[in-house]
Design a protein around this ligand. Structure first.
Ligand code: COA
Length: 334
């Protein structure tokens, strides 16, 4: 009998605070017009001072478990996709496991903004192999903690948030195919120089602002618009799905211009390309499950819909998954 991994619950959490373009105009030499034209972003959710990544993850995890109707003792595995952990160790997965009252194994996956897709492959493999029946997968990041709010080229892009899905063994539907890629040779296009073992945090690294994100925006843009169509097509081919059969293309939310370009290159109409980047900005590993939750709670997903989820980010990493949605729309249950 075939074992597949279907999504039976989805949830998300965005902190209440917002950094608007008007706020950024007061911090750096920029304008609302420049930011909206070049990125489509209008505001970014920002975690409260007392909130760490695990705090956002716990809220999203609780919501997804409630939608799935799964009790904490029935979760076999917790996988956390994050590149902004609460601390070096324990893992944010373990901190979240405690916060959710789970007793299953828990660990982190770091593939930056592609983290959710990488972790989806790990979760799917665990279910397909029979090593787990029920997996909680959370993507959570607090990138604003690693943003230099004196650098106008990066501080406009990032926000904080968490999204989660519950995956369960099924006989059909769910994750149909996943394609992943990495090119470590180009890691310096998007990185945080200090705070790890290569350059431990010191008074000097802090003075040099080396514990913040450094990025070659132009190169990352070109990389994204090339790799997203390629990896999406690879996942579609693996799944035996035609691009024209997709109900939704759900890309990592980084920049509206990237979304518009990939829609054209893939031949997907703009109405079928999910976008909430204007109000969430780039929430890294959280952006794809946040999008799924947005579509689900607003009744825009129907059982049988074919979805392509696609991510890209630091590493460099990229990946796409084709998922057959099996959950009934809220309010339309039999
Ligand atoms: N406000 C005003 N001007 C700005 C600015 C800002 N916030 N940021 C940069 N500029 C200036 C630059 O200094 C440059 O000025 P110059 O021509 O005098 O040198 C000019 O605007 C154009 O800069 P450029 O970097 O070519 O702009 P761009 O159109 O490539 O847009 C990004 C910059 C960062 C928005 C864009 O490259 C991008 O989104 N890249 C992808 C980044 C990303 O998604 N990263 C995360 C991946 S997971």
């Amino acid at each position: 009998m075939t074992r597949t991994a279907e999504i039976i619950g989805v949830g998300s959490y965005l902190p209440e605070g917002r950094i608007t373009n008007a706020d950024l105009e007061r911090m750096v030499d920029t304008s609302d017009e420049w930011i909206v034209t070049r990125t489509g972003i209008r505001e970014r959710p920002i975690a409260d001072e007392g909130q760490a990544t695990s705090d956002l993850a716990i809220r999203a995890g609780q919501a997804a478990l409630a939608v799935a109707g799964v009790a904490p003792e029935d979760v076999d595995l917790l996988i956390m996709a994050t590149s902004t952990p609460d601390m070096v160790f324990p893992s944010t997965g373990c901190l979240t496991q405690a916060g959710l009252g789970l007793s299953c194994p828990a660990f982190d996956v770091n593939a930056a903004c592609t983290g959710f897709i990488y972790a989806l492959q790990t979760a799917t493999s665990a279910i397909e192999s029979g090593r787990a029946d029920t997996v909680l997968l959370i993507g959570a990041d607090t990138l604003t903690r690693f943003v230099d709010f004196t650098d106008r080229t990066t501080c406009i892009l990032f926000g904080d948030g968490a999204g989660a899905v519950v995956l369960r063994a099924a006989e059909s539907g769910g994750v149909r195919g996943i394609a992943l890629g990495a090119d470590g040779k180009r890691g310096s296009m998007l990185y945080v120089p200090a705070g790890g073992s290569a350059m431990p945090a010191s008074a000097e690294t802090v003075a040099n602002r080396e514990h913040y994100i450094r990025m070659n925006g132009n190169e990352v843009f070109k990389f994204a618009v090339r790799v997203i169509p390629e990896t999406t097509n690879a996942a579609l081919a693996q799944s035996g799905v035609d691009v024209g059969d997709l109900a939704w293309l759900i890309p990592h939310q980084a920049n509206q211009r990237i979304l518009d370009t990939i829609a054209e290159r893939l031949g997907v109409s703009h109405e079928r390309v999910f976008s909430n980047v204007a109000n969430t900005a780039n929430t890294s590993a959280a952006s794809i499950p946040l999008a799924l939750d947005d579509l689900y709670t607003s009744g825009r997903l129907a059982a049988g819909d074919l979805l392509a989820l696609v991510g890209f980010g630091a590493g460099l990493t990229w990946g796409a998954a084709v998922v057959e949605w099996t959950k009934t729309t809220p309010g339309k249950e039999a």
